[in-house]
Design a protein around this ligand. Sequence first.
Ligand code: MSP
Length: 653
Amino acid sequence: MQSFYITTPIYYVNARPHLGHAYTTFVADTLKRFHRMCGEDARMLTGTDEHGDKIVKAAAKAGKTPQEFVDGISAEYQALWPKLGIEHDQFIRTTDPAHKAAVQAFLQRIYDKGDIYFGEYGGHYCTGCERFYTEKELENGLCPQHLTRPEYISEKNYFFRMSKYQGWLKQYILDNPDFIRPERYRNEVLAMLENGVLEDLCISRPKTRLEWGIELPFDRNYVCYVWFDALTNYISALGWPDNEQDEKGNYRRYWPGEHLVAKDILKPHGIFWPTMLKAADLPIYRHLNVHGYWLVKDTKMSKSLGNVVDPQVAANVFGLDAFRYFLMREMNFGSDASFSEEAIITRVNADLANDLGNLFSRVLSMNAKYFGGKVPAHGVPDEADEELNRLTDNACANYVQLFRQMRCSQALDCLWEPVRAMNKYVDVQAPWTLAKEGKTERLGAVLRTLLEAMYRVAALLWPVMPSSSAAMQEQLGHPLDEKRFSAAKLDDLLVSRTHLRTGEPIAAKSALFPRLEMPTKEEKTGKTEKGENKKATPAQQPQPGAKAFIEFADFEKLDLRVGIILAAEQHPNADKLLRFDVDLGEDRPRQICSGIAAHFKPEDLIGKKVVVVANLPPRKLRGLESQGMILTAEWDGGLSLLSAEAPAGSSIR
Ligand code: MSP
């Protein structure tokens, strides 16, 4: 069985987990699930990076010993991931004794090979980055990351002969075009290798300056540089070096693995780590997958700006699967993306509530109404059914291929093609008309075509939205069984158009993705302004020229519904009026008169979906009773009918 091993960066424990950490971890979880669904032996690793200057300083600030401090924050990370539905197989801490022993073995191996030497070094040291900068790398004498002045330090230290591997690494990247992806990051690393000489890497800190680290096995007066320590986690977690020769051990089973990082740590992963592995004669990882940054309203998240997004709060407010879907869909892997409430609400309402949720709700309720909630038989497919099936086949195949290339956003976009096409297919096939006309066989064929395609989409969505996918599969009478994942099952999902069983009962309704509303200030802060006069403040006054504010309760009195025009003709007694029969999902159609004759030919409007105010008292217009009002949008001389893609009778809120 093919194996797949995905890692996240191990996070520093000097800060609490935020949206950025959660994103990388969600992507890793999604990829692990995707590869499991492909029938592979998939494993996921995450953890915490606990040594170094930064941690010592943060611990001192918190009045704790480094060990107490790292235990506390590492526990927060460990507790968070299961709450976000993350199913990692292992959580590693760099303070684990087995990890420390592995780092020492790794250092010793490279030392014995002659690629670690002792030398004098002077450089500009930034404690924020925990690294030395050369004069050339500083910007106006400041660290380019932290914009602080580094300290000039000169001391004797151990060095890894990284320069020796510059030519090898460059060639390796040229020979393996997708080793670092997307391409822009590959080019960045190539540029670092092509512009000048790669310097050797200082890999020690004298204990006189820093004690909180792993001792060098060949000199007890020094501890290991954090990056050398941290990067080794990817193999120490697999039990290396003890099981290096053991065919059945995790190291041989899963290494080389697949790394996931953001662009901030491209250099250590793209340059230090492959050269370290090469020097230790170990296989190089498969791919470095680099993503961009989540910005909040176009600025970087930072504690001082107070704009740090707490992933747990977001999952609670928007729903875990909706939050996961948004993150996967909104960020084009490799580029930066912006997080805002507006962005998530817009995306979730459009893709989940309107497209996918509405599809499930309307198809399941029609199936309940027309077939007692049982799966109808396949009919003889007509051209429209074939077209929808072909589109679904293609979309499913592309989805899987794009996922394999780490292009999750494009993959989801692809899968939404059949979702949108299915909603259109419902409108065009109009099952309610087939029912009225007694065309039961065709009605069954239409619903079966839809149910089968819905099942394929729902099953493929599992890596991104595990609970909703399981719920949708259950609604379709096919509960998810993770034990049955296999390459053959995935192939079947991609090509077969028969997954459900004729006559089996399925759900009569579905309401999986509620529309999201902008959370009120009170909901976000959890505070109410009890007893305060809640009159509109100046910023809340209507715009000039707009109508006065109404109470929400007044708006709620309106009964707005989707109607389908069944018949339309000129009003017998008025040139400006048209007379309609409109299906509002009630026992019989309503007669509605509307003053839109100047804009439309009545016959063009038959079958059109409109929005109707359904609770106005009936009123006689030139001798004919009008039992509602059709809504229109008007502008200079122009007029159009409001419409909504939903079954007749759907209420509008
Ligand atoms: N400890 C090192 C990594 C060692 S790996 C051997 C480290 N830790 S970190 O806590 O700073 O985590 C950095 C990582 O967190 C990024 O590479 C990314 O995965 C994630 N993110 C932190 N902020 C982020 C955003 N604003 N947006 C997206 N991801 C970001 O570096």
